[in-house]
Design a binder for this molecule. Sequence first.
Ligand SMILES: O=C(O)[C@@H](CO)OP(=O)(O)O
Ligand SMILES: [Mg+2]
Length: 400
Amino acid sequence: MTQIRSISLRRILDSRGNPTVEADVLTESGGFGRAAAPSGASTGEYEAIELPPEEAIANAREHAVPRLLETFADDQREVDAALRAADGTDNFSEIGANSAVAISMAAAKAGADVLGAPLYQHLGGAFRGRNFPVPLGNVIGGGEHAKDATHIQEFLSAPVGAPSVSEAVFANAQVHGTIGDLLDERGIPAAKGDEGAWAPAVSDAEAFEIVEEAVDLVSDDLGFEIGFGLDVAAAELYDADAGVYRYGDEEKTVDEQVEYIAELVTEYDLVYVEDPLDENDYEAFADLTDRVGEQTLICGDDLFVTNTERLQDGIEQGAANSILIKPNQIGTLTDAFDAIELAVENGYETVISHRSGETEDTTISHLAVATDAGFIKTGTVGGERTAKLNELIRIAEDAV
Ligand SMILES: O=C(O)[C@@H](CO)OP(=O)(O)O
Ligand SMILES: [Mg+2]
């Protein structure tokens, strides 16, 4: 029997040292699942609401747990519908998206446990694809993830030519290490940001130079293609009152920003550009996609927030050609699956992603394999990042 017998919720630490919600789900027959909510720093305006963990836990215990005890852990849609019904709002502001996503993911793991299947198999089923995602590895970053570093939030190594997941994961680590050496040679001290990427006090232009050199060196050494991409997180740079993007003292109009990104795509052969424009500017996203969408992936993170309605608007307007999927942005695995399905139907690439505040939870690795995602963005080094990368390596070994 997969009926849920009990749900325990507790506060645990995330990678920034902040409290977050962990859920344990136990079924009647002894199936067990445990999952924890991640947390963003550069959060999108339209994300589901994360409540202070104590409040989220108290509200979920009162409103959601009694309903969930009538559901079955292997019926993910039923579990997630019960979470939505218990919350009663569009954005999980009653029980908190942090409680919701932790319970949703823990229930999926309990369902898999009862069936004796790995999570990727339970979620993906017999007809899932046979591809593995390319890991996008954050190697230099700043923005909201590190003070006094680059304006662009993330420079992402993308080993698109790697023959296997394992080689791709190690390639990203080598790019990260090589950048450490290059910074050393230039006498640039660098601490690390929230996701383990180097956070040197260099200009964006110098970061481009260093990342390009590092991916070329590692690509030559390993003998397969490694490109790179960006998460601009442009909503954080955008000054809505003035209608300009601010890079420190320098500013760019919307048209200049589109031009700047299009030039970067061509100059560096970027394989991926996330949130190059503000989260409310579908039109500029469409303009940029029109210009460079054949050459690269233009990905909506804060733009779409894993939300099917916002993605539908983007599809209609031709804004972006890929979507970042973060289950905690929307609150449940069902909602994340629906967003993936809509994206795939419309030819949008999917990129499954971690948050800057993370735990050892590895659900996103399974989600990426289950849904045949083209990419997974989950950092390069640091225990909460390697937990997901190492799980990906294990899944690849298991799935052959
Ligand atoms: O912007 C992003 O894509 C994420 C993850 O890299 O950052 P955060 O979790 O802070 O929103
Ligand atoms: Mg982002």
